[in-house]
Design a protein around this ligand. Structure first.
Ligand code: HEM
Length: 271
């Protein structure tokens, strides 16, 4: 189609419209920003999305001749696994974006996020909970001591026994968590997790600093998200520590790029 004497690729623009509408519904933001739409970058991005989500399903002989599945005829299974990984990465990006959109909507760019904003940032809280679940800073809590004979999980525990609670084991137990090794903050949305989420212990000897700890993390992480784009220096490494002992977390090196909207705010902090 031509507008005036300029050709317009309607397929591209309608595909872009569809993707933007979908991601605005899911993550409250366009997947391609206005300034990128129509540029080479925007076009490459849309092509990438089409490849991930609109692949015409190839006719798969294995569906009709099941024995061929044994040898993964046509490498269909292998390519589907790769495709799913790419989709997961894209959707993970949307989740990361969700925390930023929440902060932009609730706090904006005129002032820095502070204590009074935290109650309006439930998704940020979910991100922190999910991090505490997967990488519990005190994986075995503190040693406890039984003050009298008792039975725990069917085991007789005599008075005076030192007891360790495997909080990290509980936080990654597939019997109580769906996809326990995945970073899915939305699992904390709108619900109380009860006794299966205990990063601060539970009961009378639970951490008295829990509130203060969570507020401090919320402020630090919230401000980082409000003011900076973070880009990894080296190839993608997962922050999530391995679920099997020995537990090791690799340092994540990032470049902090000030966000355009936050430049004025940040300029107040020079010197
Ligand atoms: C993210 C930050 C924090 C985490 C993950 C954390 C975690 C814990 C855990 C797991 C326990 C043992 C609970 C149990 O064994 O049942 C504990 C105890 C304790 N925490 Fe924290 N804590 C944090 C921040 C703080 C802060 C900021 C303070 C003080 C201002 C604090 C003070 C204490 C004290 C005094 C105890 C011992 C309580 C007792 O034995 O009765 N914690 N913490």
């Amino acid at each position: 189609m031509k507008i005036g004497n300029r050709e317009v690729d309607l397929e591209y623009w309608f595909t872009l419209l569809t993707f933007n509408m979908t991601t605005r519904l899911v993550a409250s933001d366009r997947c391609v920003r206005d300034e990128d739409a129509g540029t080479e970058l925007g076009k490459r991005f849309v092509e990438g999305l089409k490849e991930k989500f609109l692949r015409s399903s190839p006719s798969n002989l294995c569906d009709y001749v099941p024995i061929l599945r044994w040898i993964d005829y046509g490498r269909v299974k292998k390519s589907m696994v790769i495709l799913q990984k790419k989709r997961d990465e894209f959707l993970q990006g949307l989740i990361d974006q969700k925390a930023r959109t929440e902060i932009d909507n609730q706090v904006g760019h005129r002032c820095l996020l502070d204590d009074s904003n935290l109650s309006k940032l439930p998704f940020l809280q979910c991100v922190i909970n999910e991090t505490l679940r997967l990488s519990s800073p005190v994986p075995l809590l503190l040693p406890h001591y039984s003050s009298e004979d008792c039975i725990v999980g069917g085991f007789e525990v005599p008075r005076g026994t030192t007891l360790l609670v495997n909080a990290l084991g509980l936080h990654r137990d597939p019997k109580v968590w769906e996809e326990p090794d995945k970073f899915k903050p939305e699992r904390f949305e709108g619900g109380r997790e009860g006794f299966k989420f205990v990063p601060f212990g539970i009961g009378r000897r639970a951490c008295p600093g829990a509130n203060m700890g969570v507020r401090a993390i919320s402020l630090a992480l919230g401000l980082l998200i409000q003011c900076f784009e973070l880009e990894q220096v080296r190839e993608k490494k997962s922050l999530i520590i391995d679920s099997k002992p020995p537990l090791k977390a690799e340092a994540l090196e990032v470049v902090c790029i000030p966000r355009k909207n936050a430049l004025e705010l940040l300029s107040q902090f020079q010197n």
